[in-house]
Write a protein that binds this ligand. Structure first.
Ligand SMILES: Nc1ncnc2c1ncn2[C@@H]1O[C@H](COP(=O)(O)OP(=O)(O)O)[C@@H](O)[C@H]1O
Ligand SMILES: [Mg+2]
Length: 254
């Protein structure tokens, strides 16, 4: 598999009063085209910071991040914004959506601001995505009139509008019950099966167990990694995988 995203000895620190605290202490990570990976680790271990660094959301103090061989710190502001908009999709614990717009309008809002795109095609694309994730009938609903799981599906549609090559999810199932979380994971699995790389931060062993590689972070470094074969979709497979993930978590004390 071709390497798509490389983080090479990334260092990131934040100032705490007079002190500088290293949040990422030289993390190296490679993500292949179409890979399905998870990041686990205690709160404050640097998972979100790593994801922000790899996605060019935030700069790094030291080390490099390269996407398709292009070093992010060398890109101009517009080039970086273009790269992020066209190649990357983002899903968070709770999608930030505007209260005065319905679900469809929230999904298409950013794409509509891109003057080079045809509005009818944007709506068509959004409707196709909504249908695919099972919320086709909700397009006119206000965001307050749908469940957390439905809102997250809308967030995923929004992230997929530009056919990204990688989706970054920062605890995308963190606000959902376990049934909805698994349904959202079914969607991520499908997206991944079509060739989009997916990187998820999660606390949930059952969520991580659906991926093919889990990086365990502790104190700003990747303390360990677990590789798993592709998930075959069965209950016995998931049980076995969860056992492996939790065993690893215990082994490294997270
Ligand atoms: N913008 C920031 N300013 C100061 N400290 C930050 C900032 N972002 C994160 N941190 C600190 O960095 C550490 C790691 O944060 P984060 O990456 O969000 O952890 P995680 O996602 O693993 O819970 C935490 O101690 C957090 O307080
Ligand atoms: Mg976080």
């Amino acid at each position: 598999m071709k390497t798509m995203l490389i983080g090479d000895h990334i260092v990131k620190s934040f100032r705490e009063g007079a002190e500088k605290r290293n949040v990422l202490g030289g993390v190296s990570v490679e993500i292949d085209e179409g890979e399905f990976v998870a990041v686990m680790g205690p709160s404050g271990s640097g998972k979100s910071t790593l994801m922000f660094a790899l996605s060019g959301t935030d700069s790094v103090d030291n080390g490099q991040v390269c996407f398709d061989g292009r070093e992010l710190s060398k890109l101009g502001e517009n080039e970086l914004a273009d790269l992020r908009r066209t190649q990357m999709g983002f899903v968070f614990q709770q999608p930030t959506m505007l209260k005065n717009l319905n679900i469809l309008d929230n999904i298409i809002l950013l794409s509509m601001r891109d003057g080079s795109r045809n509005p009818a095609e944007i709506v068509e694309k959004a409707r196709a995505l909504m249908k695919r994730v099972g919320i086709a009938e909700l397009e006119k609903r206000d965001i307050a009139q749908v469940s957390g799981g439905q809102l997250q599906r809308a967030g995923i549609c929004r992230a997929l509008m530009n056919n990204p090559r990688i989706i970054f999810g920062d605890e995308p199932t963190g606000a959902l019950n376990s049934q909805s979380a698994q349904e959202i994971m079914d969607i991520f699995s499908e997206i991944n099966a079509e060739g989009t790389a997916v990187m998820l931060v999660t606390h949930d062993a059952k969520v991580a167990a659906r991926t093919e590689r889990i990086m365990f972070m502790r104190d700003g470094i990747i303390a360990s990694e677990l590789k798993l074969p592709k998930f075959n979709g069965t209950g016995t497979d998931i049980d076995e995988r969860v056992k492996q993930v939790t065993a690893k978590m215990r082994e490294i004390g997270i």
